[in-house]
Design a protein around this ligand. Sequence first.
Ligand code: FES
Length: 60
Amino acid sequence: MFVCICRAVTEDEVHEHCSAGATSVDAIGERCGAGEGCGTCLERLHEIVSERNATASTAA
Ligand code: FES
């Protein structure tokens, strides 16, 4: 499922960028452009990054 329509970025791609070290919405944007268009997806990007960061901090 696309999370960012403007840049055709899927949720799976966002998760892959998180796995590769992206820990912020800005970092996701730098890697694939997600969130750098209309901004509609920013709330969902923040949710995904927050969930991933929380999971990473509890797994450490
Ligand atoms: S849907 Fe992501 S920037 Fe427009």
